[in-house]
Each structure stands twice: as structure tokens, then as C-alpha cells.
Design a protein around this ligand. Sequence first.
Ligand SMILES: Nc1nc2c(c(=O)[nH]1)N=C([C@H](O)[C@@H](O)CO)CN2
Length: 123
Amino acid sequence: MMDKVFVQGLEVLTTIGVYEWEKGIRQKIRFDLEMGFDNRPAAADDDIHKTLDYAALSQKVSSYSEQNHVELVETMAERIAQLILNEFPVLWVKVRLTKPSAVANAAGVGVEIERFAARVSKL
Ligand SMILES: Nc1nc2c(c(=O)[nH]1)N=C([C@H](O)[C@@H](O)CO)CN2
């Protein structure tokens, strides 16, 4: 069993979509993130510096997704997963990206992906 740090319902306004009308507007997307991380050192010392800082991570994800415009939710989810794996000491990451307003009569549509750090051979 592995510890996790999570960020739930992180909302960002950005330009994302395959259709021409989507390229000139900003739409809300929502991230639900889970990261595999050993929380025991931080807990033992009650030390923020030993945590996976979910505030710092949320800020990076928000900035990247606001400023980088793609067509597919698949592309954005992959880029966010790689950003987290490259910039934070996590073992794996799960990225769920929801577009809440894309499909009429659906509460949300999107993708969920899970990626492992290259240094993790097998968990
Ligand atoms: N699997 C996907 N299907 C669709 C996507 C997508 O990014 N991945 N995008 C669209 C449109 O941009 C849609 O969100 C507009 O309503 C359609 N299907």
C-alpha cells in the first residue's frame, strides 16, 4: 500500500478543443490528481519541506494549463502527468481531466491516465 497526496477539483479556464469555435474562447476544465509519495518523513518531523507540497503543485498545473492551448484532453492530461513527474519527486501520478460543459446532458467528459516515473521499474 502506498501513500498518496491528492488534489481534487482543481478548476482552470483555458482554450482547449478540436473545433474552430473552441479556439477563440476559454472553457473550464477540472483536474483531479493523485500522486504516489511517501508521507512518513514529513509526518515524523512535522515538516512542510519533506512533503509533496500540494499548493505548489496546484500552482504549476494551473499555470501550465492556462498558458498552453491544445486540442485534445488526452494531450493536456499527458503533458500535466509529465510535468508532475519531471518537476516533483513522485513515484506515479494519476491525472483525471474533466471538461464539464463539452457534451449536453453529461455532467462531464474527459480522460483519466496513470503514469509512472522512469526510475520506478515495478510497483
Ligand atoms: N476523446 C476525445 N474526444 C473529444 C475531444 C477530446 O479532446 N478527446 N474533444 C472534443 C471537442 O473538443 C469537444 O470537447 C467539444 O464539444 C470532442 N471529442
